[in-house]
Design a protein around this ligand. Structure first.
Ligand code: GLC
Length: 750
């Protein structure tokens, strides 16, 4: 027996060394990696295979298992939530030197929008509409994370969401499939690199699939999505992730049409792995395999293991249904060894692609020189500047240096909360707040009074000082919003109005007669119509991260010009939810002039004057601000929309162009947006859909012709069975500044 083991171990060691030669890039010597992985699998015991399919959080399980022994026995293939090159190297050394097959661990972490240098939350990154800065920001995140021993991030989160009550909308790229898909590509490439290097971390497209459609915007809630909407709204960003080379996916918590997403063979095996040929691995979300018992979909953990593996979930995060039950399920013929081997192959290939066989250890000197560098902070500041959206400005902005400023509000000096949700390794001590930035700007006179201690504060005892401070100033900058804890996982809100007495603080400052510039930092689009109607200006920043202060200060003084555009619709009231721009016309669309308040029109008049159509008597059908909306300190004029032809076919393409002029007094950046509509199709299509955008920067008086090329692929949609259909007929096209404005024309597809 001993001789056989010595021979097997020698072969295994030789194979691990051989696998070292094919790490680094996903493309290089993939076939030899395949062969060697196959050879390694042939050496593995079932227990070692199941070990590769288990991910453990040492912090959670330290009491129940001897972690180091389990690693030495090859019973754990991955860890999460352990950071620090030294700590990770110590455990990696056990895996490499003490386990029989010397297979390296892969260490995962939620590096969602930065590791130590925190970028704007993903909703803010999407608001930049700038793939260059988004990719750069994720590169910085990857470099800092890898230097800390992290090999794999659980990002990007690319769940489409149309419900701002859902706390995780903060982590998403908003309501639109096209914008989310574009951001997905940039984020995956940012995390992984165009080629895998030792600064790369494996991306993880999550949460597959439909999580953002939770009923009522309540986290983990039921989702009911027909195949048609799944194919056209929720799945496309995940297909983009596959095409971008994402190495991993994460299955979701939610049930989808009665089947848990983490036990859903249709979405994982049929679509992701078979139809899309995804060759990476799927990890469950935290205990979402075991949660199938809670769902009432599985009787026991063994049933959950069977459902998860049958569905194609390759690695089990946090719960241990697989390692406790799979051997018996195979023995009882309920699972096949080939299913286990496929999962292990996928996991080992990702480890090989990341170069972990070749370089399992992290250079412990890297963290010092790669983390929180001036370059990284500059990227964070630029991202924050580009992510903020100017919603209103009566001309008070940009502020002049000689204006005395009263800085008020619970978010003005919120070092922790400005970083937003899903910040595991960011440190509030690194944050530069708006208060810090203004107070350290030479030549600017600023006096600070909190007014309220935090967003939910109802104690108005600070109002008097706030009023006095405002009365002695030329302008009031009021920083409102929500703390980071009010968005994120399991942190949903039924009401979207400003919490606490923030509205009262705003009113009392307005009553001083001084102009009030409101800066809002939040993890979601809040219902701020009562602020917008009276504020002199409103600058909206989706939790902008470590460098929020300098970024917002630069925007307030015009050193940076606002260029953010909304990645989702702002409702007048949460009662309108779901409200999004790419809706269907319905049989009775609301007329343009439908009311937004009952107070002005008696109900009976509204009912008959507007007829039976799709709107709310009390809030109408229009948003407060539409998707794609955002202002600059200058203005832009769109002129002369031109089409290269009146019709196209599958072999031709249409060029649509428009002239944009900077008609204001300052330089500015405009996000020119292209929308299309398929007027009549075999499945009803939205009244418009974003199909392209370009950012242009123009000096005052400068004009630029912006052109978009449209081909058949831009006109198509998916049938419920996944067929991509491009049907003949009339199409409308817009080029404009947001989803509600723009120049319109039409063409035919033959
Ligand atoms: C959480 C989240 C998921 C995250 C994982 C690991 O429950 O749903 O997005 O990556 O657990 O922290």
């Amino acid at each position: 027996m001993l001789l056989i083991n010595i021979v097997r171990n020698t072969i295994a060691l030789a194979l691990s060394i051989a696998l070292m030669s094919c790490g680094r890039t996903k493309n290089s010597s993939i076939s030899s990696a395949d062969d060697k992985v196959s050879e390694l699998i042939s050496q593995m015991t079932l227990e070692e295979k199941l070990g590769q399919m288990l991910q453990v959080d040492p912090g959670v399980y330290s009491s129940t298992i001897d972690l180091e022994k389990a690693i030495a026995d090859g019973k754990i293939g991955s860890l999460l939530n352990i950071i620090g090159a030294q700590k990770v190297n110590r455990l990696q050394k056990i895996a490499i030197e003490q386990s029989r097959l010397h297979i390296p661990l892969i260490v995962g972490r939620d590096v969602i929008h930065g590791f130590r240098t925190i970028m704007p939350i993903p909703l803010g990154m999407a608001a930049t509409w700038d793939t260059t800065i988004v990719k750069r920001a994720m590169e910085v995140a990857a470099t800092e994370a890898r230097a800390a021993g992290v090999h794999w991030t659980f990002a990007p989160m690319i769940d489409i969401s149309r419900d701002a009550r859902w706390g995780r909308i903060a982590e998403s790229c908003g309501e639109d499939t096209y914008l989310t898909s574009v951001m997905t590509n940039a984020m995956v490439k940012g995390f992984q690199g165009d080629e895998i290097t030792n600064h790369s971390v494996a991306a993880c497209a999550k949460h597959y699939v439909g999580y953002g459609a939770a009923e009522g915007g309540r986290d983990y809630n039921t989702t009911n999505i027909s195949e048609y909407y799944l194919r056209n709204i929720y799945l496309p960003p995940f297909k983009t992730a596959v095409d971008a080379g994402a190495l991993t996916f994460m299955s979701a918590f939610n049930s989808l049409n009665g089947v848990p997403a983490s036990g859903n063979a249709h979405t994982i095996r049929d679509i992701l792995k078979t139809e899309w040929q995804f060759d990476g691995f799927v990890v469950s979300d935290w205990a979402s395999v075991k949660d199938m018992v809670t769902h009432g979909y599985c009787e026991t953990d063994a049933d959950a293991a069977q459902a998860g593996i049958n569905a194609g979930v390759d690695m089990e995060m946090s719960s241990d249904c697989y390692i406790q039950n799979a051997a018996k399920l195979i023995k009882d013929g309920k699972l096949k060894m080939s299913q286990i081997d496929d999962a292990v192959r996928r996991i080992l290939k990702v480890k090989a692609t990341l170069g972990l066989f070749e370089h399992p250890y992290t250079n412990e000197s890297l963290a010092e020189k790669n983390t929180l560098t001036l370059q990284n902070l500059a990227v964070a500041q630029q991202a924050a500047e580009k992510s903020a959206v100017l919603l209103k400005n009566d001309g008070i902005l940009p502020l002049k240096n000689n204006m005395k400023v009263a800085l008020i509000g619970p978010l003005a000096n919120a070092a922790h909360d400005q970083m937003g949700t899903w910040v595991f390794d960011g440190n509030k001590a690194d944050s530069r707040t708006l208060k810090m930035a203004l107070e350290s700007t030479p030549g600017i006179s600023v006096k600070y009074a909190a007014g309220l201690q935090y967003s939910r504060d109802e104690d108005e005892s600070g109002f008097a000082e706030a009023r006095r401070t405002a009365a002695n100033a030329d302008v009031c900058v009021l920083a409102l919003g929500e703390e980071s804890i009010l968005s994120g996982e399991a942190h949903c809100l039924a009401k979207l109005v400003l919490q606490g007495h923030q509205q009262q603080l705003f009113e009392t400052l307005k009553a001083t007669g001084k102009p009030v510039v409101v800066v809002i930092m939040a993890g979601r689009p809040l219902a701020i119509s009562k602020i917008v109607s009276k504020a002199n200006a409103v600058l909206y920043a989706f939790h902008p991260g470590t460098m929020a202060g300098p970024a917002l200060a630069n925007l307030l003084y015009g050193i940076a010009i606002p260029e953010g555009r909304l990645p989702l619709t702002f409702v007048v009231d949460e009662g309108q939810i779901p409200l999004y721009y790419n809706y269907e016309n319905t049989c009775r669309p609301a007329p343009e002039n439908n009311p937004t308040s009952l107070k002005t029109i008696p109900v009976e008049a509204v009912q008959y004057s507007l007829g039976n159509s799709s709107f709310y008597l009390d809030y109408g059908s229009k948003p407060l601000f539409p998707f794609g909306y955002g202002l600059s300190y200058t203005t832009f004029e769109y002129r002369t929309l031109q089409l290269s032809s009146e019709k196209i076919n599958t072999n031709s393409r249409l060029t649509v162009k428009c002239n944009i002029t900077n008609t204001g007094q300052t330089r500015g950046t405009e996000t020119v947006q292209l929308y299309l509509r398929d007027r009549v199709a075999s499945f009803i299509r939205p009244i418009k859909e974003l199909r392209g955008f370009q950012k242009i920067t123009l000096n005052p008086g400068e004009q630029k012709e912006v052109a978009f090329n449209i081909s058949a692929k831009d006109l198509g949609f998916y049938s419920p069975n996944g067929a991509f259909l491009v049907e003949p007929g009339a199409f409308d096209v817009w080029i404009g500044p947001n989803a509600e404005e723009g120049l319109k024309s039409s063409f035919a597809f033959e």
